[in-house]
Design a protein around this ligand. Structure first.
Ligand code: 5GP
Length: 191
C-alpha cells in the first residue's frame, strides 16, 4: 500500500537489531486517517472471505483492529498478555515469544469470545518471526473457530514469519513488506 510505504519512509526510523520504529504514527501516537485507509484496504483484500470477528493482541494491534473492524462490521477481541497461568478453565491460553521484549508471555482469550461459529480475521501491526500470529492462530484452533486470514500492517520480509504462513496456505495480506533495512544508513527497501 503506497500510502503506508510513503509514511514509513517519511517517519519510520531503523534501530539496531532489525527493529523499525514507527511510533509517531502506528503504535504509540496513532494516525487515525491513515488507519482508516488501511482498514478500507484490508476490507478490499478480504472482500471474498467470510469474517465475523477480528482478533488481535494487546497493545499495538488494538487501535488498528478497532478502526479496521468498522469496515467489516465485526467485533474485535484482543488477546491479553499475562504473567499468570490459567487455572479456572475459562480461558484459552498459549505462549508467545516477544520479538521486541525478548521474553515469553502467556496470552489468553476468554472462551466465551471465540467459538466454532467464528470466522476470524487476525490483524496486527508487525509480522517478523511469526510468534505473535502463531499464538493467535493457536487460540483460534483451540476454540474450533475458522481462520479467515491474517492482515498485517508491516511485514519484515527478511524474517521468516510471512513465508511460513504463506507456505501453510494461509491468506496473508501485508500492507507494506520490507525487503531490507539498514540502521547505519537508515535506508528501508520494500518488496
Ligand atoms: P513476531 O512475533 O512476528 O516475531 O513479531 C511481531 C511482534 O513483535 C509485533 O506484534 C510487534 O509488536 C513486534 N515487532 C516485531 N518487529 C518489530 C519492529 O521492527 N518494530 C516494532 N515496533 N515492533 C516489532
Amino acid at each position: 500500500m503506497r500510502l503506508l510505504e510513503e509514511r514509513i519512509l517519511k517517519d519510520g526510523t531503523v534501530k539496531h537489531g532489525n527493529v523499525l520504529k514507527v511510533d509517531s504514527f502506528l503504535n504509540h501516537q496513532m494516525d487515525i486517517g491513515l488507519f482508516n485507509e488501511m482498514g478500507k484496504e484490508w476490507k478490499r483484500l478480504f472482500e471474498d472471505v467470510e469474517v465475523n470477528k477480528i482478533l488481535t493482541i494487546e497493545a499495538s494491534g488494538i487501535g488498528l483492529a478497532a478502526i479496521a473492524a468498522q469496515y467489516f462490521e465485526a467485533p474485535v477481541v484482543f488477546a491479553k498478555k499475562t504473567m499468570t497461568i490459567n487455572l479456572d478453565g475459562e480461558l484459552y491460553t498459549t505462549r508467545v515469544q516477544s520479538f521486541t521484549h525478548q521474553r515469553v508471555y502467556n496470552v489468553v482469550v476468554a472462551k466465551r469470545f471465540l467459538s466454532p461459529e467464528d470466522h476470524v480475521l487476525i490483524i496486527d501491526d508487525f509480522l517478523a518471526n511469526g510468534c505473535a500470529i502463531n499464538g493467535l492462530m493457536d487460540l483460534i484452533y483451540q476454540a474450533g473457530a475458522t481462520l479467515a486470514g491474517v492482515g498485517i500492517a508491516i511485514e519484515k520480509g527478511f524474517q521468516d514469519g510471512g513465508r511460513e504462513l504463506r507456505e501453510k496456505g494461509i491468506k496473508l495480506e501485508s500492507l507494506a513488506i520490507i525487503k531490507g533495512m539498514d540502521d547505519e544508513t537508515g535506508t528501508i527497501e520494500f518488496m
